[in-house]
Design a protein around this ligand. Structure first.
Ligand SMILES: [Zn+2]
Length: 242
């Protein structure tokens, strides 16, 4: 994997490792395959995870990022389960955004079940704006992304756009399976919500549901506060019927 100080086109933020694989792994894989420079940043080290050691989960996370084609995956240390969102954390995120200079940022939709996801959505939104303030001086020049697009986790709201990830779906599932300590049956570890077979069936069903909304087999859905500009309306709705 390349150095983590690269300029990227798209930067994906999450609270915990595997959040991104589950909600937007297909989009990451598609972007990387299309030649976009993609980076992944988690705000915590996942130290509250029920299964596996932090070292094992870190190896799994790096392996998953390689499968998706991300140029790097780094994590900050804002605290898993009680994620901190003070000025210090905000400045760290501003540095990350100024270093990687993404055009588009992805973050959790802040109306969410897990408070760490809520806080991640909010602090990334705020940091993305502040990163563009020239009067806020850090070691790096100001940079403001074009948009923050929000991905959906537990709660589902009506999306602003859907990415066709049909061709990337197998890659997404391989990246999810790279988290061996988290998914699937284990004799010695407790069964957790995401290790139950129904969980991956739900991910599959959700991909198909969002895909159906957009007239394709598999889709991943996003919310933006500003609507996307569409240059080719006919192409945008191809494959669908009223
Ligand atoms: Zn999470």
């Amino acid at each position: 994997m390349k150095k983590d100080n690269d300029k990227v086109d798209v930067l994906f933020f999450a609270a915990h490792a595997d959040d991104l694989e589950l909600s937007c792994g297909g989009t990451i894989a598609k972007f990387a395959k299309d030649g976009l420079r993609v980076g992944m940043v988690e705000l915590t080290r996942g130290e509250m995870g029920t299964r596996g050691t932090p070292q094992l989960r870190e190896r799994e996370a790096q392996n998953a990022a390689r499968i998706l084609g991300s140029r790097f995956r780094r994590h900050l240390d804002f605290g898993d389960g009680g994620l901190r969102t003070g000025r210090d954390e905000e400045l760290q995120l501003i540095e990350v955004i100024r270093r990687h200079r993404p055009s588009v940022i992805f973050a959790p939709w802040p109306d969410e079940r897990h408070p760490d996801h809520v806080r991640t959505g909010r602090i990334v939104t705020d940091a993305a704006f502040y990163a563009g303030l020239r009067s806020l001086e850090t070691d790096l020049p100001a940079h403001r992304p074009q948009v923050t697009a929000y991905y959906l986790q537990n709660y589902v709201v009506h999306p602003s756009f859907v990415v066709d990830v049909t061709d990337a779906w197998k890659t997404k599932m391989r990246a999810i399976q790279a988290f061996k300590s988290q998914f699937g049956a284990s004799k010695k570890d407790p069964t957790i919500f995401i290790s139950h077979p129904h969980f991956l069936e739900m991910i599959d069903a959700r991909g198909k549901h969002f895909g159906a909304l957009a007239g394709v087999q598999y889709g991943e859905a996003y919310v933006t506060k500003q609507p996307p500009r569409i240059d080719d309306v006919i192409a945008a709705y191809s494959g669908r019927e009223i």
